[in-house]
Design a protein around this ligand. Structure first.
Ligand SMILES: Cc1cc2nc3c(=O)[nH]c(=O)nc-3n(C[C@H](O)[C@H](O)[C@H](O)COP(=O)(O)OP(=O)(O)OC[C@H]3O[C@@H](n4cnc5c(N)ncnc54)[C@H](O)[C@@H]3O)c2cc1C
Length: 366
């Protein structure tokens, strides 16, 4: 069988692109080296609980047409992300809002909170030289030390003073009693999990799992007129100009014979007392009442070749290297690059969907 497209990667980007092309009458083959579809959005049902195997995934968007696009594939519930932070056993609300400031300083009114923040921000004079100074210049030392410092150091594996100020552009501070993490008007979790969405998107496409495109690229490419590659761009070229750097994550999933372990979907651990950064209790995403529960712990660590890459490190060195790979990729006659790894940037699901729809329109216009 000859295809119009071979799509490398059955993640959200590959799936949206596949769906768009399929509905335009194209013949599609999707390959993924994992044993399942869905990429990092993959959910697996354990005891009737949809477990987010690669970290908590909360869909949100401010664009109505993107929300409506997703509703074609699933119903979404009314989950609102209100994570909490645990610092040495004390609980703080996130994102930083009046509940947080009341807990830290005992302040009650927005004016009192603002005065406290302003007083502490004054510690930094001149242009902040690193992430620590930048954070203190935005929210003051107390919030930095309780909720940012050790969490960030666990996440990036180096001291905040050695991290560039540019990692944070702004830290949202809310002077209202509101624990909703996101500002987007549309937010929720798909009923039945994300894998079911991707399954629907891939309807009518041939799918081969456990297939590494790079191990058999000539044969697979010859099966189609064009290729969409959503794997890592540097890996595509054998990293012959050098490796792009990433942070990686290890997930430890625990099934427990109790009904309710932590009382909330997401807990951030903001001190070094715990080696993990977050724990996720999946049933709370879908208001589950099963007799058992599944909790996942996230451990960040340094990426090395062969390890699953998660977060690109978009500093100057890596961006310059990516740009070189990007120019080479742009000259490929038959292959287009997309998705978070193909374009070396962190993208939320909404950005992933938007980018895949844009690429599909571009391909059709060719
Ligand atoms: C921990 C974490 C939490 C997140 N939380 C949220 C959230 O709450 N909300 C939100 O909107 N977004 C979230 N995201 C972002 C979301 O995961 C991405 O937007 C989305 O997964 C990107 O889809 P993708 O298809 O580009 O990449 P991926 O999901 O990574 O899919 C790429 C696929 O390509 C396959 N592949 C790679 N190389 C090859 C090869 N050589 N041969 C065959 N197959 C290959 C991989 O196996 C993978 O399945 C989160 C991401 C992470 C890491």
């Amino acid at each position: 069988m000859h295809y119009d497209y071979v799509i490398v990667g059955a993640g959200l980007f590959g799936a949206v692109f596949a769906h768009e092309m399929r509905t335009r009458g194209k013949k599609i083959l999707v390959v993924d080296r994992r044993s399942h579809i869905g990429g990092n959005c993959y959910t697996e049902s354990i005891d009737g609980i949809n477990v987010h195997k690669y970290g908590a995934h909360i869909f949100r968007t401010s664009r109505r047409e993107i929300w409506e696009y997703m509703l074609r594939f699933a119903d979404f519930n009314n989950f609102v992300n209100s994570p909490i932070a645990n610092f040495h056993g004390k609980i703080y609300n996130m994102p930083f809002n009046m509940n947080t400031f009341n807990r830290i300083w005992g302040v009650v009114t927005p004016a009192e909170a603002q005065a406290k923040i302003d007083e502490q921000r004054r510690e930094i004079v001149g242009e902040p030289r690193n992430l620590e100074e930048k954070a203190i210049s935005l929210v003051g030392r107390d919030v930095y030390e309780i909720l940012i410092k050790e969490y960030t150091e666990k996440q990036w594996g180096r001291p905040c003073r050695e991290l560039p100020a540019s990692i944070i552009r702004r830290l949202p501070v809310r002077l209202i009693y509101d624990n909703n993490y996101f500002n987007d008007p549309y937010q929720g979790i798909p009923k039945g999990g994300y894998t079911a969405i991707v399954e629907k998107m891939l309807d009518g496409c041939d799918v081969r799992l456990g297939v590494d495109y790079l191990a058999d690229r000539e044969k697979l490419s010859n099966l189609a007129d064009r290729v969409l590659y959503t794997g890592a761009i540097d890996e595509y070229y054998g990293r012959d100009m050098g490796s792009l750097e990433y942070r990686s994550l290890r997930f430890e999933h625990k099934r427990m014979a109790i009904r309710n372990f932590q009382g909330v979907a997401v807990v951030n651990y903001t001190s070094f007392a715990e080696p993990y950064t977050r724990s996720i209790e999946h049933k709370h995403f879908e208001f589950g009442d099963q007799p058992t529960t599944v909790v996942s712990y996230e451990y960040p660590f340094e990426w090395s070749p062969g390890v699953e890459p998660y977060y690109p490190i978009n500093d100057a060195r890596n961006q310059a290297l990516y740009e070189k790979y990007r120019q080479r990729a742009a000259a490929e006659p038959k292959t287009v690059f997309g998705g978070r790894l193909g374009t070396y940037r962190y993208t939320d699901m909404q950005d992933t969907v938007i980018a895949a729809l844009e690429l599909a329109n571009k391909e059709v216009a060719k």
